[in-house]
Design a protein around this ligand. Structure first.
Ligand code: FUL
Length: 474
């Protein structure tokens, strides 16, 4: 008896001593990983442009033009929750310079509008509604300001920092702060009506801006500017690269766009991509786009091309002049969420028997990929930067999607993989719609339905031993 206990003790000690793979840098901070787990959140574009039927107001229409008659932030938030959105980012100030909160930095703000007789504060109303319904809250504050007389001069930089200061003080906690990349050009500029240009990486003092945001919102992500902590995906059409590394060099205004879209295996920073796209052609509401709202299927396509490609999705809802999200937009988005949830709800691998050609001891066995725990993972030995994992089902199942997640706390590793199915002893290659290269935090690949009793994933190449925390099929 004693001997059995001793052997068991030695065996268990030995198994639990297997060392985890060393990290391969860069790796995410805990805050970045939390942000990646949000996956989908909403943008709200609303402001003077909404009332002037414009995308880029010049900064010359009176604040009094802003006059929503039936505004209800709780309606937005309830709708967005039903679309699966985990947070909301609002255009507190767009390029026209009009501020949706009663700022002390400029008169061009909501307190000079008829809304609530000048007593309204939309940033506060939305942040309160988010807190009430459990959504995270973020802020877009355009660096470019076409209204301000001092834009392109040092005085405006101080004004802009005052705005950032107010916004980070009074409305937090914030999960993201958005510095838009559109900078300089023509504008009203206090009546000068001219064209002004600035150096986008240096004019605004982004280091100070980042420090201000993080001082009060330590877990906030910074979007844009030369010190961003996440990266723009390089287009506004709703897709990330099928190959998509979180690794990238620090992004500046000079970075080639393909780095935004695909990341860079050799990049030294962990800068996960954010896919920003509007549910309509425009970012702001235009009545003549009421019949151009993206359909449920188009939104699903966007989801697979963003969240399914290791990126976050920031889906924009242009609020209408009455202050409401248009019913077509909310219907299509709610249906989209239902459809995606339905497509990805029944994991066909949950009870499958799992085997791998290499395991780094029991603690990192293949069975960790379907134990429902993202904190456990299958890992291979140090001299095994590849590996094959197979799933055997009790009876044949029909599948058309496979989801894979790496244990990215130790770095993004997989460089290429492919899938095979087996039915009655006959193996065949599964032809995925996308190329199968990187994985990252989450990768979902789609293919025409196949009936299989076994599934194999061949990880052909990786930057080091594999660390796979989750695999599912639908
Ligand atoms: C762009 C802006 O110019 C658009 O108006 C919009 O706000 C979009 C999200 O970013 O750069």
């Amino acid at each position: 008896m004693k001997r059995i206990i001793l052997i068991t003790f030695v065996a268990l000690t030995f198994a639990s001593c297997t060392k985890a793979p060393k990290p391969i840098y860069p790796v995410p901070t805990a805050e970045k990983l939390e942000w990646q787990k949000m996956e989908t959140y909403a943008f709200i574009h609303f402001g003077l442009n909404t009332f002037n039927d414009m995308e880029w107001g010049y900064g010359d229409t009176p604040a009094a033009t802003f006059n929503p008659t039936d505004l209800d932030c709780e309606q937005w938030v309830k709708t967005l929750k039903n679309c699966g959105m985990k947070g909301v980012i609002i255009t507190a100030k767009h390029h026209d310079g009009f501020c949706l909160w009663p700022t002390k930095s400029t008169d061009y703000n909501i307190s000079k509008s008829p809304y609530k007789n000048g007593e309204g504060d939309l940033v506060k109303e939305l942040s309160d509604a988010c807190r009430k319904y459990g959504l995270k809250f973020g802020i877009y504050c355009s660096p470019w300001d076409r209204n301000n007389a001092y834009y392109a001069y040092p005085q405006y930089v101080e004004t802009y920092h005052k705005q950032i200061d107010e916004l980070t003080h009074n409305y937090g906690p914030l999960f993201e702060f958005w510095f838009d990349g559109a900078n300089g050009g023509n504008g009203y500029y206090g009546g000068a009506n001219e064209t002004r240009s600035i150096d986008p990486d240096n004019y605004y003092d982004y280091q100070r801006a980042k420090d201000t945001v993080l001082a009060r919102n330590p877990s906030a992500m910074i979007f844009g500017g030369p010190y961003g902590t996440v990266r723009w995906v390089g287009n506004e059409k709703g897709y990330a690269g099928a190959t998509n590394w979180c690794n990238a060099p620090q992004i500046t205004s000079q970075t080639p766009l393909n780095i935004n879209t695909f990341g860079d295996e050799n990049g030294t920073e962990w800068l996960p991509a954010e896919v920003d796209v509007s549910i309509r052609p425009g970012w702001f509401y235009h009545e003549n786009e009421d019949n151009k709202v993206k359909t449920t299927n188009e939104l699903c396509e966007i989801y697979y091309n963003s969240v399914g490609r290791n990126a976050n999705l920031l889906l924009n809802f242009p609020v209408a002049p009455n202050g409401k999200i248009h019913p077509t937009d909310s219907t299509n988005a709610v249906e989209f969420y239902k459809k995606i949830t339905n497509e990805l709800s029944h994991n066909l691998l949950a009870d499958a028997k799992v085997n791998a050609d290499n395991e780094r001891g029991r603690r990192f066995s293949a069975s960790k990929v379907n134990d429902g725990d993202l904190e456990t993972y299958w890992a291979t030995d140090d001299d095994y930067p590849y590996g094959t994992i197979s799933f055997s089902m009790d009876k044949p199942v029909t599948m058309s999607r496979v989801m894979i997640q790496e244990y990215v706390k130790l770095g993004q590793r997989v460089k290429s993989f492919y899938l095979e199915g087996c039915k009655d002893g006959n193996w065949f290659r599964i032809n995925t719609y996308d190329e199968t290269t990187t994985v990252g935090y989450k990768r979902i690949v789609r293919f025409d339905p196949v009936e299989v009793d076994k599934l194999i994933i061949y990880f052909e190449e990786s930057r080091g031993p594999l660390c796979i925390s989750n695999i599912e099929a639908y």
